[in-house]
Design a protein around this ligand. Sequence first.
Ligand SMILES: O=P(O)(O)OC[C@H]1O[C@H](OP(=O)(O)OP(=O)(O)O)[C@H](O)[C@@H]1O
Ligand SMILES: O=c1cc[nH]c(=O)[nH]1
Ligand SMILES: [Mg+2]
Length: 209
Amino acid sequence: MSKVTEVSHPLILHKLAYIRNKETGAKDFRQLVEEVSMLMAYEVTRDLPMEEVDVQTPICTTKCKMLAGKKMAIVPILRAGLGMVDGMLSLIPAAKVGHIGLYRDEETLQPVEYFCKLPQDIAEREVIVVDPMLATGGSSADAITLLKKRGAKNIRLVCLIAAPEGIKCVTDKHPDVDVYVASIDEKLNENGYIVPGLGDAGDRLFGTK
Ligand SMILES: O=P(O)(O)OC[C@H]1O[C@H](OP(=O)(O)OP(=O)(O)O)[C@H](O)[C@@H]1O
Ligand SMILES: O=c1cc[nH]c(=O)[nH]1
Ligand SMILES: [Mg+2]
């Protein structure tokens, strides 16, 4: 069964309020998405395996804990997921980055795949899929299916804003995948947009439309 974590830290909620505000321009929007992603990286890596090592301090030798060298990959769903990569990398600098290109057809709301480039050893990596928006869940669920077809076994999903419908879709299709979100919003509207949401994340990040 998937674990769903809503990371309601005060700093995240404060920044999310600016991100949601329609008056926030692309420059600030990008900066804030990066900052919240960094804070989310802290939460999604909470249970990474550790190992004990001997460290010589200026005073004596002591046992310390360090990451056990688990290899990681960050996989943004294009385009909007790109906005979360630098924030994640600032805390997990050794991660490799894969890219999955999907857009949501405006009429059918079904995801359409147009690009996929993954680290060749993706099957051995702990994979963090990032996309700011989890609406119907179709895009994230398809991206995870694609990763599994390429051999990935340990996958987590990090989103900023999710609709209950999207969480249900992903966790029903991929019960082995844990989901981390900054906010679970109320619902989807008739156009498949998250309410209250933030609008179209890709357009706001890149200044399109
Ligand atoms: O859960 P879903 O209903 O699939 O919707 C969520 C998807 O929609 C947005 O991408 P979009 O299709 O707008 O592409 P973009 O990032 O290029 O703007 C968003 O970034 C997700 O990938
Ligand atoms: O609310 C939504 C839904 C899908 N994609 C977005 O960017 N925003
Ligand atoms: Mg978009």
